[in-house]
Ligand binder design. Structure first.
Ligand SMILES: Cc1cc2nc3c(=O)[nH]c(=O)nc-3n(C[C@H](O)[C@H](O)[C@H](O)COP(=O)(O)OP(=O)(O)OC[C@H]3O[C@@H](n4cnc5c(N)ncnc54)[C@H](O)[C@@H]3O)c2cc1C
Length: 405
């Protein structure tokens, strides 16, 4: 592949920024344009449900790079401007104001947006959490909140529950169709996490879908009701954390290969000649070759680095092994590889009841993933077993089965 003269990156989150940064680190001398629809300097999202939401950090601590830093990197920065379409033939992107930007190579890094169910009446007391604006707005609301209902028992819902408790919200209920983070943690670790939340006073109402959120009839409009088919939960604030979808709406007319999980790419992030994608907007092949869209900060940056190397003609393909972390109260969870989902689960360090443990997951033949709780070292050590596609080692089979621990 010839090194391009002009690279246009659409989306100024961690993936978009990392492409730009890595290109310059590797000495790319050409023109770089970075386009983002949000007004703010590019920022990181993990603190939005933790330190920014709890006001432990000023929002600026989440900034990835200021305008000055990007200018220093020689980047033409266009913020507060959404891209609205992409033309493969012309290798160009059209902006909301009608401007067309042509380039030799285009990188799609438009991430995701929060899912808003049709029954959700969004407003100051019914919110989602995806952007810095969402986090600051929710933080204000939580300051006055007494009764919080969180719809969604995945990682985001649980982080919001933990932060709300830290802020002193007395009544916090998590509603969801399944046990907390069960699809990634498996049953036993999920139960351990649920117990940690319950110790802090969080209540769970699980197993039933939410079908509506409404104001309580005949009461002050401050009271909301979260309806399930059987019964309802009262709240003064509702957070909807039911997932995110790849932001591909602007590509609808492009004829790019786009699946349920976003833009389809190969191990170099290539979509079609002249177009790459990285981060949450795309589905990237995992170790087993299965295309997967993952919602993890480190993985988005690793994909972006791989795209930059490919643009520079490097012969490197990135074998994606998802890595994530989550902070809830003083607990740091870390996950690597493919976990949960009915796999074999064995404790490889600590005990489930203790304050620190690591669990390995397997598919009968090999180690597919590991999850640690306050166990950075054990988790790091086990990562080697996952990345090498190691056969399920005898010392792990002799370890304790989580469901009997
Ligand atoms: C509240 C929260 C907490 C999180 N915590 C963790 C955590 O603890 N650990 C972890 O591993 N991961 C965490 N994540 C996930 C992690 O932040 C994401 O995986 C990461 O942000 C993905 O980066 P990205 O650049 O692909 O997408 P994004 O961060 O979504 O960035 C995409 C950017 O593109 C812009 N854009 C979208 N459409 C257009 C358009 N048409 N034109 C121009 N620009 C556009 C968007 O406005 C956005 O700025 C968290 C996510 C959230 C929301």
């Amino acid at each position: 592949m010839r090194v391009p003269g002009h690279v246009l990156v659409v989306g100024a989150g961690i993936a978009g920024f990392t492409v730009v940064d890595e290109l310059r680190r590797q000495g790319f001398p050409g023109i770089i344009t970075l386009v983002g629809e949000e007004e703010e300097d590019p920022y990181d999202r993990p603190a939005l449900s933790k330190q920014v939401l709890s006001r432990a950090w000023a929002p600026a601590r989440s900034t990835i790079a200021t305008r000055q830093t990007l200018e220093g990197l020689g980047v033409d920065l266009i913020l507060g401007a959404p891209a609205v379409s992409l033309d493969i033939g012309r290798r160009s992107v059209t902006m909301g104001d009608g401007r067309e930007i042509c380039a030799d190579e285009i990188v799609i890094a438009t991430g995701s947006h929060a899912v808003v169910p049709p029954w959700a009446p969004l407003g100051p007391r019914v919110q989602v959490l995806r952007t810095l604006h969402d986090s600051l707005s929710l933080s204000q609301t939580l300051g006055k909140c007494r009764q919080l209902a969180i719809i969604g028992s995945g990682v985001l819902g649980l982080e919001v529950a933990a932060t709300a408790k830290t802020l002193g919200v007395s009544d916090v209920t998590v509603l969801g169709t399944s046990e907390p983070m069960q699809h990634v943690l498996g049953q036993a670790v999920s139960a351990r996490l649920r117990a940690a939340h319950e110790e802090q006073g969080v209540r769970f109402e699980l197993g039933e879908k939410v079908i509506a959120v409404s104001a309580s009839p005949g009461r002050s409009q401050r009271q909301l009701r979260v309806h399930r088919r059987e019964g309802h939960t009262k709240a003064d604030t509702v957070v909807i954390a039911v997932g995110a979808r790849a932001s591909v709406g602007w590509l609808a007319a492009s004829r790019l290969p786009i699946g349920r999980d976003g833009v389809l790419v190969d191990r170099r992030g290539r979509v079609v000649p002249g177009i790459h994608a990285a981060g949450e907007v795309c589905a990237w092949p995992d170790l087993g070759g299965q295309l997967r869209r993952v919602e993890h900060r480190t993985t988005a940056a690793e994909q972006a680095r791989a795209v930059a190397w490919d643009l520079l003609g490097g012969d490197v393909s990135y074998e994606m092994i998802p890595f994530w972390w989550s902070d809830q109260y003083g607990l740091r969870l870390q996950g690597y590889g493919t976990t949960g989902g009915g796999r074999e689960e064995f404790i490889i360090a600590g005990t489930l009841a203790g304050s620190s443990f690591a669990v390995a997951y397997g598919d009968g033949r090999r180690v597919t993933g590991v999850v640690g709780l306050n166990a950075a070292k054990a988790t790091r050590t086990a990562r080697e077993l996952v990345s090498s596609g190691h056969a399920w080692p005898p010392h792990i089979s002799q370890a304790r089965d989580v469901n009997r621990a």
